[in-house]
Design a protein around this ligand. Structure first.
Ligand SMILES: [Zn+2]
Length: 439
């Protein structure tokens, strides 16, 4: 795929993927278009023939698999992992309430968003709704209002003279979005959602909405910005940028080796869930592909896992927040992330492999390490590496405003990451770089 076209495809994917459910559905469509066949965990399949497959869990995690016919015990798996979720605001079960003439939505904070960025934005609602038809069957449908329906208005400066100093945000009281003005007989939220389902899926059965996983999402579409359009800005660049690159690389190349792209939900809340990286999704699929523990461990010892999640680029206004000798720049290539306490899984061997891969691809590479006097974040890399015993590198595109409602990354970096992933997937199993990994 050409450079410009790739960026535009990413931006439209971001616009169409307001939640992990939508991202998973859109990535699934990309795989299906490329001929990947769905397997479901509720079927007892084992002993797969060579081919291209995908498996979904919870509608929010996705594992794409290419089996080339080579024995994984001899040549291992190429693995790429990313996360589908992003920090934000999630509706509480009894979300609708009234006060002072307004109807408002009770929300919980999901993960660690920069809360100040959520004020005064045009917010929509998106997620999934579970409903029952007249025959008693349960169904799940994705919903996306795709229009501004709510806002969290700031308090005027005249009523808070300290607003520009030492501002704190109370998660219970200060973040409650305004949905509409109070009416005499307000429509219950479940009926509002049933009406939205009828709008989105005309002709479907009448729905009794029972439950929902819904998030507030920014309506502003992603964009290229900068005088020379060097930047892209959007919600959820962390980490849908990596998810898109990985799946695009998988569908645009013919992998040389048995390959897995694993996209997990719930990274932002610790990953210990049904669909998270500390759950059983990846390990249970590996057990089906290679039922013998000895075979599986041998294959994993010959495998390599790229954990791709965005990195902190140096911010020109806050450069002292970085180690002065590790200053990743926008549009200077993917960033190798390392940490002595192993909050990132990178070590000298995995870093060297990735560096060599970038060298082969003519892609520049940079390094990030946290300042020694600041705590370091983490990724799904160490979790996967520890659980499976697979060599892992943590990398990612440099970005600014991580966990803001609108994040910024470099347009060229998107292309670099995609190119490195394509190289990784197409590296021959006979290539000395690959062979030396398992030696
Ligand atoms: Zn992330």
């Amino acid at each position: 795929m050409a450079h410009d076209h790739h960026t535009d495809a990413l931006l439209s994917f971001l616009a169409d993927s307001p939640t992990s459910f939508h991202a998973t559905a859109n990535l699934t469509a990309m795989l299906q278009e490329a001929g990947f066949v769905e397997l479901v965990e509720s079927d007892p399949w084992t002993d797969l023939k060579p081919g291209s497959y995908f498996i979904r869990r919870n509608q929010s995690s996705l594992l794409a698999l290419v089996l080339t016919g080579e024995d994984p015990v001899r040549t291992g798996f190429r693995m790429v992992g990313c996360h589908t979720d992003s920090p934000g605001l999630k509706l509480k079960p009894g979300a609708l309430h009234t006060g002072h003439g307004f109807v408002q939505l009770g929300v919980e904070v999901y993960g660690g968003p920069l809360l100040a960025t959520w004020f005064d934005r045009d917010l929509s609602l998106a997620g999934r709704v579970v409903w029952q038809d007249s025959d008693g069957c349960l169904h799940t449908s994705l919903v996306n209002f795709e229009r501004p329906v709510a806002m969290i208005p700031s308090l005027a400066i005249h009523l808070d003279r300290e607003a520009n100093k030492n501002k704190t945000i109370n998660r219970q009281n200060d973040l409650v979005p305004v949905l509409m003005l109070e009416k005499e007989s307000p429509t219950p939220l479940r009926e509002i959602l049933a009406a939205q389902l009828a709008r989105q899926y005309p002709g479907s059965k009448p729905a009794t909405v029972l439950d929902f996983d819904l998030f507030l999402v920014d309506c502003q579409p992603p964009a290229k910005i900068g005088l020379e359009e060097e930047f892209i800005v959007s919600a959820r660049l962390d980490n849908l940028l990596s998810c898109h690159s990985a799946v695009r690389a998988l569908v645009d190349t013919v992998p040389e080796c048995n390959t897995m792209v694993i996209l997990h939900d719930h990274e932002e809340v610790g990953s210990m869930t049904l669909a998270g990286a500390q759950g059983s999704f990846l390990s249970s699929i590996l057990e089906r592909i290679l039922p013998g523990p000895g075979q599986r461990q041998a294959a994993l010892k010959r495998s390599f896992f790229i954990s791709s999640d965005n990195a902190h680029g140096v911010h020109p206004n806050f450069a002292d927040k970085h180690d002065p000798h590790h200053l990743p720049r926008i549009n200077r290539g993917p960033v190798l992330k390392s940490n002595a306490a192993q909050r990132y899984a990178t070590d000298a061997v995995s870093a060297a492999f990735f560096r060599a891969l970038c060298g082969m691809t003519d892609v520049p590479v940079q390094e990030f390490v946290m300042r020694s006097d600041m705590a370091c974040g983490s990724t799904i890399g160490p979790l996967t590496s520890a659980a499976l015993g697979v060599a892992t590198v943590d990398v990612g595109v440099a970005q600014l405003a991580m966990h803001s409602i609108r994040e910024l990354a470099g347009e060229r970096d998107v292309w670099y990451l995609y190119q490195v992933m394509c190289s990784f997937l197409t590296l021959s199993t006979r290539n000395n770089l690959w062979r030396s990994l398992a030696a």
